[in-house]
Ligand binder design. Structure first.
Ligand code: PEP
Ligand code: MG
Length: 543
């Protein structure tokens, strides 16, 4: 009963036949061509064919895995359209007089090499995408390279690596999980597995071999293990665990639409934290009562230049409309510290977490801030948008922010642009200073949201990015809990609402503590919404 260890990148458990998918190696020979024009036309035709396939795959994935799971095919389409990529292929065909298939291969290697040397783990993961789109073009050019592998019974899919394009081609009902020799947690296939909700274990190394094809296996996405030929006892315990997981999911699903009330009648709202529009689908699917934290800075992080007012408006409008009247708290860009954006040209700092970030940028570069505020106010008529300001430390900062929002509103009125005059304005309480003056701050705004991630960092004098300090990073520290209690009291004394949107909000063991304190809302990632709700429904604060 060999047990192969890898890295679990999508939780879950699967038992069934292991099918080893051998990605057909694409061997392309270099050929000299005479007719350059014809070769360029072949490339363009194949590129368009690949594009059309991706379009189809996008819609297929949308049905199977939702927006987040389908996003990869949009990325691939963009890569296929990328001018640099296209020019690299056509330049190679023209300059070296080589066949299109070979020119595509050369380009794939060149681009993948660039991606894999980048510092950013996300960009490193894109090297696999370049190979994926290039192979798609090569297969369009040479039909004999196309795959014939098919799954005709539910199986655990093993492979050296699985590209997103391959992953989505399999019938979702036929794939029990993914197990791969290579791969990383940041790859799109891992993301896809998580969004479909199947287990995935990557990086198993050479212990996972083709000759295991057809054998029975158990894939555990929680522990990152693949058991080959499990014995009777293991099979029995796994069946029991599978039954429990299924039951658990069914129970959780039934909670989606019920109000989040404790046994003794105390209500608390469960909101979702999202980084972009693609996160909304999962939030809705898991019954979010609203969005408690929309990290708008991701909109800036994705761009090469400042997003325009109209670009931002389109995103905020869609968020408001998709949440259909439910609250969407959009946080003003929290850029700086760990979220650096080149075109902001922020100075190098010794302590960026204590430097020019968040509200400090908003106030020192009001034109960028006002562009965002105008977009937010314009979108406010399409739903229930609230605006939140990060990293507040002083009354003065809030007064300055409110002055700027008034200027923006006056400007819109002058131009007869409609907006919701009652758009709520709130602040994040994520610095100890803000906690200590929360009674005063509460008189200036409509709501508080406690950012326990930064509050822990600043209260415990501990860099949250420094993994060597993990054992000292303690968001449950009594100082933090006291600060939360104090903030809740300040908010309620002033008659405003208060939520928690830091990771601590999802700490199930603290749900009772937060309810007893009187916290009005907990904002968590989509996967934690229902487990948290289940816990709250079981609580009785009278006991
Ligand atoms: C926080 O600090 O708790 C928070 C929610 O904001 P972020 O993690 O984006 O800094
Ligand atoms: Mg924060």
């Amino acid at each position: 009963m060999p047990v192969i260890k890898g890295r679990g990148v999508s939780p879950g458990l699967a038992m069934g036949t292991l099918r080893f998918f051998e990605n057909k190696p694409v061997t392309i020979r270099r050929e000299t061509i005479d007719d350059v024009e014809n070769e360029l036309a072949r490339f363009e035709k194949a590129r368009r064919m690949a594009y059309a396939q991706l379009d189809e795959l996008y819609h297929e994935a949308l049905n199977k895995a939702g927006k987040e799971g389908a996003a990869v095919f949009d990325t691939h389409k963009m890569m296929l359209d990328d001018l640099d990529y296209r020019e690299s292929v056509t330049d190679a065909i023209c300059a070296q007089k080589i066949n299109a298939e070979y020119a595509v291969g050369l380009t794939a290697e060149k681009f993948a090499a660039i991606f894999s040397t980048m510092d950013d783990a996300y960009m490193q993961g894109r090297a696999a995408d370049v190979f994926d789109i290039s192979e798609r073009i090569q297969k369009a050019l040479k039909p004999e390279l196309r795959d014939t592998f098919a799954l005709n019974a539910p199986s655990i899919l093993a492979a050296r690596d699985i590209t997103p394009g391959e992953a989505v081609k399999f019938d979702k009902n036929m794939v029990l999980g993914f197990a791969t020799v290579e791969g990383c947690g940041n790859s799109h296939t891992s993301i896809l597995a998580r969004s479909i909700g199947i287990p995935a274990v990557v990086g198993m190394g050479t212990a996972l071999t083709v000759d295991m094809d057809g054998r029975t296996a158990i894939l555990d996405g929680f522990t990152g293990e693949l058991v080959i030929d499990p014995d009777e006892e293991m099979t029995r315990t796994t069946s029991v665990r599978l039954g429990e997981i299924r039951k658990k999911r069914e129970t959780l699903d039934t909670l989606k639409n019920c109000p989040c009330v404790t046994l003794d009648g105390k209500t608390i709202k469960i909101f979702a934290n999202v980084n972009d529009l693609s996160g909304l689908d999962k939030a809705i699917e898991n019954g979010a009562e609203g969005i408690g934290l929309f990290r708008s800075e991701f909109l800036y992080l994705e761009k090469k230049d400042y997003p325009t007012e109209d670009e931002q408006f389109a995103v905020y409008k869609q968020a408001a409309e998709r949440m259909d009247g439910k609250k969407v708290v959009i946080r003003a860009f929290d850029i700086g510290a760990d979220k650096q954006v080149d075109y902001f040209n922020l100075p190098d700092e010794i302590n960026p977490a204590l430097g020019m970030r968040a509200i400090r940028i908003c106030l020192t570069r009001p034109e960028i801030f006002k562009t965002q505020l105008r977009a937010l106010y314009r979108a406010s008529v399409f739903g229930n948008i609230a605006i939140m300001f990060p990293m507040i430390c002083s009354l003065r900062e809030v007064a300055d922010v409110l002055k700027i929002t008034e200027e923006v509103k006056s400007g819109l009125r002058r131009r007869n642009i409609s907006f919701d005059e009652n758009t709520e304005l709130g602040i994040m309480i994520e610095t100890p200073a803000a906690v200590m003056i929360s009674d005063e701050l509460a008189k200036m705004v409509d709501f508080f949201s406690i950012g326990t991630n930064d509050l822990t960092q600043y209260a415990l004098a501990l860099d949250r990015q420094n993994s060597r300090l993990d054992r000292f990073y303690d968001p449950r520290h009594p100082a933090i809990l006291k600060m939360i209690k104090m903030t809740v009291k300040s908010a309620h004394d002033a008659g405003i609402s208060v939520g928690i949107c830091g990771e601590l909000a999802a700490d199930i063991e603290l749900a009772e503590t937060f309810l007893s304190m009187g916290v009005d809302a907990l904002s968590v990632t989509a996967d934690m919404q229902l487990p948290l709700k289940e816990k709250i429904l079981s609580l009785d604060l009278r006991k």
